[in-house]
Design a protein around this ligand. Structure first.
Ligand code: HEM
Length: 413
């Protein structure tokens, strides 16, 4: 058992303010960091994180039974293994890749055009709250076939559900609130699912209802859990990545100019954003049998948190890892959205993100649409950048000024 370092805690306010400032120290001095308050271990080296995420026998997703299942109202994809996981994952993958994804691209553009329109004449927009969040919700509701008029209500329920899944410590009051949100979302979804069983359409809920697994259709509980799983997994990281992409490009004007000039660089810019500031910072696993990392034994039954942000900045994996560089040769834009990715922002192994290609298409389409519209884009005067979250992390807001657009023509004022 490692001796906890009394001077440093991942649960401290200092760490929460700027986690990346502690990554090198963690990797070098305490690559197996123990947090006594939550009896959990934090791994920060790329090779250790990769090992945990790919050795599915030794490191399981059992912990999600407590961390996710109560609010997902049933077992989520990441908890499943073997044939059940393969079959259900395939159904979800099909809805988010190939021809289904092609169909979505024009919907991404239409959604984005509608959402950005009211802000163009003003020359100011909060990319997180005015645009990114509603955009990610709209496109996910569309894929599922859920009515957009319920967007605000569903977003509020999802807030509670995400809080449950991503909280390191939760008070009993907050826990009750999160469970209430989950129960209300379930009550909202069940009649929709029942209706799609009777009258299936082309949406993902219909596909889940009509798909068969070993000759047996999925129960309403199974479908509800998968729908909540997709809602939680798809929305938050996508809106955070879009905002982080713009932040990094604004902070690196020469790279912004290059992307404006050559939008074919966008996949590389998105991949580098995911490496540099992955929106999913922690992935938990349960240790099946005693495991040794950097000479430290982590006992069977323990929870380990893979620190994706720290692993993605490990100099053993990337040259000059603390530099944002869309041209870095050690990333590979194309493979960054596949199982061969060198960065770990989508996880890796059996449970690697099923939405990686969808997320890439979503962010690439929207960024290609926004960049020419947001001429001279910059932070609004007085805006103070702040990131929040330990588990998932991104900007709380991103207030941007740009040259106002009147009737499609940029002007000044
Ligand atoms: C930039 C955006 C995204 C990021 C950074 C991201 C990140 C991740 C990560 C790190 C995991 C692995 C979790 C683990 O190993 O326990 C994961 C899994 C998953 N993601 Fe994503 N995700 C993104 C977008 C999406 C989208 C758009 C969808 C829509 C379907 C999605 C659906 C899922 C699902 C269903 C899983 C569980 C897969 C399984 O266990 O087999 N994600 N994602």
């Amino acid at each position: 058992m490692p001796v906890p370092d009394p001077r440093f805690s991942i649960l401290s306010e200092d760490f929460a303010a700027a986690p990346h400032q502690y990554f090198a120290q963690l990797r070098e001095r305490t690559p197996v960091h123990y947090e006594p308050a939550i009896d959990s271990y934090f791994l920060s080296r790329h090779q250790d994180v990769q090992r945990v995420l790919t050795d599915h026998e030794a490191f399981t997703t059992e912990t999600l039974q407590v961390r996710a299942e109560p609010v997902m109202r049933g077992p989520v994809l990441a908890q499943m293994t073997g044939a059940e996981h393969t079959a259900k994952r395939k159904i979800v993958v099909r809805a988010f890749t190939g021809p289904a994804l092609q169909d979505q691209t024009s919907a991404f553009r239409a959604n984005a055009t509608e959402l950005v329109a009211p802000f163009l004449p003003r020359g100011r927009m909060d990319l997180v709250n005015d645009f990114g969040k509603p955009f990610a919700v709209h496109v996910t509701l569309d894929v599922l076939g859920l009515d957009r008029k319920d967007r605000q209500q569903i977003t509020a329920w999802l807030g509670g559900i995400s809080e449950f899944v991503t909280s390191i410590v939760l008070t009993p009051e907050r826990r009750r609130h999160c469970l209430d949100c989950a129960e209300q979302l379930e009550a909202h979804l069940v009649p929709v699912i029942e209706q799609r069983r009777r009258h299936p359409g082309e949406d993902l809920i219909s596909k889940l209802c009509t798909a068969e697994f070993d000759g047996i259709a999925m129960s309403t509980r199974d479908v509800t859990a998968l729908v909540i799983n997709v809602l939680v997994a798809a929305i938050e990281p996508a809106d955070k990545t879009l905002a982080l992409l713009f932040k990094h490009l604004i902070d690196h004007p020469e790279q912004l100019a290059q992307v404006r000039q050559d939008p074919a660089l966008l996949p590389a810019a998105i991949a580098e954003t995911l490496r540099y500031t992955p929106p999913v910072q922690l992935i938990p696993r349960q240790v099946e049998r005693d495991a040794v990392f950097a000479g430290t034994v982590v006992p069977a039954g323990a929870t380990v948190f893979c620190m994706i942000g720290a692993a993605n900045r490990d100099p053993e994996a990337f040259t000059a890892p603390d530099t944002f560089d869309i041209h870095r040769p050690d990333l590979g834009a194309a493979r960054s959205f596949t199982a061969a990715a060198q960065h770990l922002a989508f996880g890796t192994g059996l449970h690697q993100c099923v939405g990686a290609a969808f997320a890439r298409a979503e962010i690439e389409t929207v960024a290609a649409l926004l960049l020419p519209l947001l001429d001279r884009v910059r932070y609004s005067p007085g805006f103070r950048y702040r990131e929040t979250g330990l588990y998932t992390r991104g900007p709380a807001a991103l207030s941007l000024d740009f040259t106002p657009v009147h009737n499609g023509i940029t002007g000044h004022g």
